[in-house]
Design a protein around this ligand. Sequence first.
Ligand code: ZN
Length: 270
Amino acid sequence: MPEGHTIHRMAKDHEEWFRGKRVDLSSPQGRFRDGAQALNQSIFHSASAHGKHLFHRYILSDTSDAFIHIHLGLYGKFRSRNIEHQAIVSPNCRLRIQSETHILDLSGPTCCEVLTADEVKQKCSQLGPDPLRDDGDVELFIERLAKRRIPIAAALLNQKVIAGLGNIYRAELLFEHRINPLTPANEIKASTARDLWHTAMWWLALGVKADQIITTLDKASAEDHIAKGKRSESLMIYGHSTCLKCESPVETRSVGNRKLYACFECQIGS
Ligand SMILES: [Zn+2]
């Protein structure tokens, strides 16, 4: 499943392609026919993300707007096509957004629905704070950790605690800060929680810029990874078998229903 930086990057790209344009919306597969018809030929106003949720805002008239809420889940994908290839339509295409210059096809999402502005607010209020958003609130993150006894490694995947992190970022964050991943969330010091939040903020922003996960706090090294592109090896513990710091074997076990990578020699803090 894509982590939050991917969804924020998509929001940025979609705005670049469609902002202010009148768009044709259709559902070649048929499962979003009513939604597509309701918003067809409206103006694409903006795109935003909250964690792994994407929102497209459309202007219907001077006084009304509506949103399409998309969650890609495990199998959802966007595909952008050159306008010259408009005849190519996948039978799985749930939603096609088309302007005079761009085509964007969505297939296989867990969720694709039309919402009102109030419903979007309601949906976002159920999510934890997102470090990439202007309204991302570190105090709320600290508060939500303090209410949970689950391991910190599970809490970081809980979208009600912090929105946008996935399996790779949580392993890297806990390793970077030398935190024992099994520490109950309510035993994590507020200062540690603040450090985790600020690192997540920096890494996610770097992820949006680079369109890949890069986990280094060193600016020069981050630029180097961006220049090398997607094949560059930039993770510290995720997917590794030996710890880069102490050369102990990296342990893997299921925490929060996902495979966690950790070094229990180095990660002893809370
Ligand atoms: Zn180690």
